[in-house]
Ligand binder design. Structure first.
Ligand SMILES: Nc1ncnc2c1ncn2[C@@H]1O[C@H](COP(=O)(O)OP(=O)(O)OP(=O)(O)O)[C@@H](O)[C@H]1O
Ligand SMILES: [Mg+2]
Length: 493
């Protein structure tokens, strides 16, 4: 098989040229011929030629001279010498001068083709090797270009970027990171992450991302303090295309201005709520005095008005109390009063308080406690948690059903569950329900009054006790809120 190689035959004898052309064309090679050494050199300069068959004895430019020229100018083209006498001496002589091989005249077709095919195969391999080499050079060039582009982008970013390897050493960082962490730029990568970032929670997160398989598709967002700044750090595991964890990537942003704004807003809400509460409380008290008949007797119509008024004022007071609670939680001042508390007692009293309401709505309330020892918590906070979760469970179960509250000791934790058989929550709503003022629009619960603060308060109290809360829900079937509180034994007297 010739595979399109072009062979140049340089020989002054027409018979040889024609013979070669016929045999080689028949085998799929393309053939060019030259009568003299000079004509051969000209063709080599103008045509893509893969192999040369060269007669040694020619008038004009001799075969030896042509061989020499080809070897210097086109070292990759093999030259096969055509010679009249096939002796060892000739062979040695040709090879010495740099020929690839030789063939003797008159040609033995088989022998001739064997030699040509061998040379063709070796040119083909050499060509491939050259191609590979060139591609390799190009790849390296592209890679370098890509690297320097990436470096420019990362260095110019306003956000801090930090990449660690599997040993939690920083292998890449940008100037913005050093600015945000207030570190003078003198670190050379790699440096252990704990030396650079003095935030234990962030280091713990990076460790978790490295080791915890379940956090593979996760981003972890957290606020960390760095000097006088508050930073938001968003971290993710660095994965290979095969999903192996090879390190972590963290992007940091300065959120100090937003924090200030948020504080100002909370202060404002707090102030307004306080200012509204005192006059409302005294209106409610006077309203009560009148309802009890202490300011003269009332007819039925007046009593009705005053009762509706009282209900509205109570709603307003509840909202104000919620706003004040949220403000307290956000200021980190909620849990101030932690005492040894029997959670089962708290649950029981909430259930007793709610029973009448549940019955009105056709909901059965049940509760159970297992292995729950007294814990060091804020009892008012716990009451608020159960109040909110059970009120929700009743409110969002319009067709009756069952609400079950359970508390269970689980080693270092107490697990609390509030499960209902109500309308449930769509999966896309779930991440939002703990946000302040967020309420799900649902045709069956449209009539339920509320401000969307309950769950934000619950979450705030749980977190102030270093606990966690999560929720599982199936639309039309029901919802279960699960709280884990670390079991801190009551302090020894
Ligand atoms: N048990 C539940 N079943 C179904 N949906 C629920 C349940 N609990 C909460 N939700 C949904 O989550 C939303 C937020 O609840 P959250 O308690 O924060 O506010 P709210 O009940 O609307 O108002 P409030 O501030 O008076 O509690 C609710 O509006 C409701 O749509
Ligand atoms: Mg609620």
């Amino acid at each position: 098989m010739g595979d399109e190689e072009t062979i140049l035959v340089i020989d002054d004898e027409k018979v040889v040229r024609d013979g070669c052309r016929r045999v080689l064309t028949g085998k799929g090679y393309s053939v060019l011929v030259a009568e003299s050494g000079q004509e051969g050199m000209d063709l080599l300069a103008s045509e893509p030629i893969d192999m040369v068959l060269l007669d040694l004895k020619m008038p004009g430019l001799s075969g030896e001279e042509v061989l020499k020229e080809v070897n210097t100018r086109y070292p990759e083209i093999p030259v096969i010498i055509i010679t009249g006498h096939g002796t060892i001496d000739t062979a040695v002589e040709c090879m010495k001068q740099g020929a690839y091989d030789f063939i003797t005249k008159p040609f033995q077709i088989d022998q001739f083709l064997l030699t040509i095919n061998r040379a063709a195969k070796s040119t083909r391999l050499a060509k491939k090797a050259r191609q590979f080499e060139q591609e390799n050079i190009r790849n390296l060039y592209d890679l370098n270009l890509e690297k320097s582009r990436l470096k420019t982008i990362i260095n110019c970013m306003a956000n801090g970027v930090m990449v660690t390897n599997r040993n939690l050493e920083v292998v890449l960082h940008n100037p913005a990171l050093m600015r945000l962490l207030e570190i003078p730029e003198r670190h050379k990568d790699p440096v252990p992450v704990a030396e650079l970032v003095h935030s234990e929670p962030l280091v713990a997160t990076l460790k978790k991302l490295q080791t915890d398989d379940s956090s593979r598709d996760e981003f972890i967002s957290q606020e960390i303090e760095a000097g006088k700044n508050t930073l938001r750090a968003i971290s993710a595991p660095a994965l290979t295309p095969d999903d192996d964890v090879i390190g972590t990537v963290t992007v940091l942003e300065n959120i100090t201005p937003f924090k200030r704004l948020d504080e100002m807003k909370s202060d404002f809400v707090n102030m307004v709520a306080h200012e509204l509460r005192s006059p409302l409380v005294s209106i409610r008290q006077q309203n009560n005095v009148m309802l009890e008949g202490l300011a003269g007797s009332l007819n039925e119509k007046q009593t009705g008005f005053l009762e509706r008024e009282a209900a509205k004022i109570d709603q307003l007071l509840e909202l104000i109390n919620d706003l004040l609670d949220i403000a307290k939680i956000e200021a980190g001042k909620h849990v101030q009063h932690q005492v040894p508390t029997d959670l089962c007692q708290v649950i029981e009293s909430v259930v007793n308080l709610m029973e009448a309401r549940a019955e009105q709505e056709g909901v059965t309330l049940r509760w159970a406690c297992e292995d729950v020892k007294p814990v060091q918590v804020d009892p008012k906070g716990m009451e608020e948690i159960f109040n909110n979760l059970v009120t929700n469970a009743i409110n969002y179960s319009p067709d009756g059903g069952e609400v079950k509250i359970t508390a269970r000791g689980r080693g270092e934790y107490v697990e609390i569950k509030v499960a209902d058989t109500g309308v449930g929550i769509d999966p896309e709503e779930l991440p939002k329900i703990f946000d302040k003022f967020y309420r799900v629009k649902h045709k069956k619960t449209r009539a339920v009054m509320g401000t969307g603060l309950g769950l934000a308060i619950v979450k705030g109290i749980v977190e102030a006790h270093n606990g966690t809360i999560d929720v599982e829900s199936t639309p039309e079937e029901g919802t279960t809120f699960r709280i884990l509180l670390p079991f801190i034994p009551p302090e020894a007297e």
